[in-house]
Design a protein around this ligand. Structure first.
Ligand SMILES: C[S@@+](CC[C@H](N)C(=O)[O-])C[C@H]1O[C@@H](n2cnc3c(N)ncnc32)[C@H](O)[C@@H]1O
Length: 213
């Protein structure tokens, strides 16, 4: 699992390496651009929004929204990613912090029209992911939505099949989303698939299902 220093080292080559994997249509970034575009268009519909980006990286998505006048807040633990993103969005409120410990205090005080997390939450084990998502829901404005674009499989059996097919490239240290499992906890969640290995969840503020998480 990459820690903050690992992401610091990846930061300068990140956009290029993701672009290459994305163009090849290979795991794990097949569908990456389409997912970010879809989130961008969903947030663009309507007026100016307050957006929280969790694990913003180099700011690929957040900077596009920033350019359109949306107010951007964000948290990422990589100092280098933060620096690159800040250069693109000087007025954005970007903070350094490890989301495995939750959001930093400043971000918890605000309310958001949209919360986005692209290719970041698979760094949290499943139970921690659920707890984190539950802690984010109260931070949404009414009608707001959490957009999660990430590596995702329909069922645990599908994940196992893909893991076998992908072979050595498979990253054993990441915890990918499973649609059927997330839908049990959040019955209101909507899902759209963009590639064999990636898709987009929209989680609106609503009653959550009962769960043991
Ligand atoms: C694969 S990159 C995705 C970046 C960007 N969201 C995108 O779609 O291109 C994952 C990002 O999440 C950040 N990240 C991973 N684990 C984190 C954690 N525990 N706390 C805060 N940031 C984390 C990394 O520093 C990195 O910027």
């Amino acid at each position: 699992m990459l820690n903050d220093k690992g992401f610091d080292l990846w930061a300068d080559g990140y956009d290029q390496s993701v672009g290459l994997a994305e163009e090849e249509g290979s795991y794990p970034f097949a569908g990456y651009r389409e997912i970010l575009n879809e989130i961008y268009h969903k947030i663009q519909a309507g007026g100016k929004k307050t957006v929280l980006d969790i694990g913003f990286g180099t700011g690929t998505l957040a900077a596009k929204l920033y350019e359109q006048g949306h107010t951007i807040w964000g948290q990422d633990f990589s100092e280098r990613m933060l620096k690159l993103a800040k250069a693109k969005m000087p007025e954005a409120r970007l903070y350094q912090g490890d989301f495995s410990n939750g959001l930093i205090e400043e971000l918890k005080q605000n309310r958001y029209d949209a919360i986005v997390a692209t290719y970041s939450l698979h760094h949290l084990p499943d139970r921690q992911k659920i707890r984190f998502l539950m802690s984010l829901l109260p931070l949404l404005q009414d009608g707001g939505c959490i957009y999660i674009g990430d590596v995702v499989f329909d069922t645990r059996a599908d994940l196992e099949r893909q893991k076998e097919w992908i072979g050595e490239e498979w990253d054993e240290e990441e915890f990918y989303f499973i649609v059927s499992e997330l839908a049990e906890v959040f019955p209101q969640i909507k899902f759209q698939r963009f590639s064999f290995c990636a898709g987009l969840f929209c989680l609106e503020k609503a009653e959550t299902g009962s769960s043991s998480f």
